[in-house]
Design a protein around this ligand. Structure first.
Ligand code: LLP
Length: 382
């Protein structure tokens, strides 16, 4: 059950996102401690949640910022991340976004195609800057996760394929305004099978060797993010197993002496700290089960509709014996459903339901479909 004071629950118009800052801090400390053992650097992936109070915690603990749009770069800088801790990634950066990042002298651009190298070189030349770049390489490693969030296979649009690297290296000396400083990899998200990270390390070692054979040694390896969280047990597994995760990289990744290792974690840092709180509008009898109709829908949290993902649902109000319900939202789409055949205490109009583990890719993916209001965010100390 979510540990939040009744008053905090009741004083806000629903639906709203509630973030537990105490749990967030504990999670960040655990990650920083486990990464710190090996001198690893973490850049927080803003795409998971870019709310300012959350970014402030990331910045205070010393993480950098991994951004995928000009606005994320702007938000990171405004929140106080030093430019030399900001990375700009993404397969389709616009000229305007690139120029903005160049003007602000960010640490590194993770470049995803030959064409982007050409454009960035040109824009950097125009601004009189040298852009530090990492090549995002598609390592062709299967992340064994939902196909919508798998990114490291050759069939995906992300990164430069291995067979294109020779050409990249041939052209690189012509790009006078680019400085190659890193190699970047990211294979997908919500990865719970730890052997996947071992496979990633082995592949990165091979690719690094390919570069070393050509006398290219970069300053850093960026192995992306992707560590999954336990959506079924938000209480007992509130903090992901960062020790095992970073331990795998320590065991299997072979950085060169003096080479930094960077990570871009999003979900694992914020998912468990966020909960979507929604009020029950109606109970409706169905043929097989009863429906709980909530005032939150896929406009507030699209993950179940988009990836059929599971989020634990709890009734914060009722303690009656359990019954089976389909929990749905108010949006005119049949996919607007948070859970089918969910066992919940007998539920009434006005009860508050908590949809757990919604801190990552929840609020940031919300939409104004049906002209819905944007849900408020509140912060509490759990
Ligand atoms: N680095 C890159 C290049 C990425 O594309 C991503 C996530 C990350 C880092 C952070 O990955 P994380 O540590 O959060 O797994 N909306 C989906 C997830 C999309 C992930 C996109 N890329 C969801 O709700 O599950």
């Amino acid at each position: 059950m979510l540990h939040i004071k009744k008053a905090e629950l009741q004083n806000h118009p629903t639906p709203f996102y509630a973030y537990d800052l105490k749990l967030l801090r504990e999670t960040l400390q655990a990650a920083a401690h486990a990464a710190g053992k090996y001198g690893y650097h973490i850049h927080y992936a803003l795409k998971a949640n870019s709310n300012e109070p959350i970014l402030a915690e990331m910045q205070q603990i010393g993480f950098g910022a991994d951004c995928v749009s000009g606005n994320e770069v702007k938000r990171a800088l405004e929140t106080g991340f030093a430019p030399e801790k900001v990375v700009f990634a993404g397969v389709g950066k616009s000229d305007r976004e690139l120029r903005f990042a160049l003007e602000n002298d960010i640490f590194c651009f993770n470049v995803e195609s030959l064409h982007e190298l050409e454009v960035l070189n040109e824009l950097a030349g125009e601004s009189g800057k040298t852009a530090r770049i990492a090549l995002r390489i598609n390592p062709n490693v299967n992340a064994q996760t939902h196909h919508y969030i798998t990114t490291g296979l050759e069939e995906n649009k992300f990164g430069i394929n291995f067979w294109e690297l020779e050409q990249v290296l041939e052209l690189l000396p012509q790009f006078a305004h680019l400085q190659l400083i890193g190699l970047h990899f990211h294979i997908g998200s919500q990865i719970t099978e730890m052997s996947v990270f071992r496979a990633l390390c082995l592949r990165v070692n091979e690719i690094q060797q390919w570069f070393l054979n050509r006398n290219i040694k970069v300053e850093h390896l960026n192995v992306g993010g992707g560590l999954g969280v336990d959506y079924h047990e938000p209480e007992t597994n509130a903090i992901p197993d960062f020790e095992t995760y970073f331990g795998i990289f320590n065991e299997f990744l072979q950085p060169e002496p003096g080479q930094q290792v960077h990570f871009e974690l999003g979900r694992a840092l914020v998912a468990q700290s966020g909960t979507l709180i929604s009020k029950v509008l109606y109970i409706k009898k169905g043929i097989k089960t009863n429906f709980i109709i909530l005032d939150a829908g896929m406009t507030e949290l699209i993950r179940p509709a988009l990836y059929q993902s599971y989020h634990k649902i709890e009734n914060q109000t009722s303690k009656a014996p359990e019954m089976r319900y389909d929990v749905v939202g108010p949006i005119c789409e049949s996919s607007d459903c948070f859970g089918k055949a969910v066992m919940l205490p007998e539920t009434n109009r006005g009860d508050l339901l908590a949809i757990r583990t919604a801190g990552a890719y929840g609020e940031v993916m919300s939409s104004g479909y049906n002209l819905r209001d944007k849900a408020e965010a509140i912060y509490f100390e759990g």
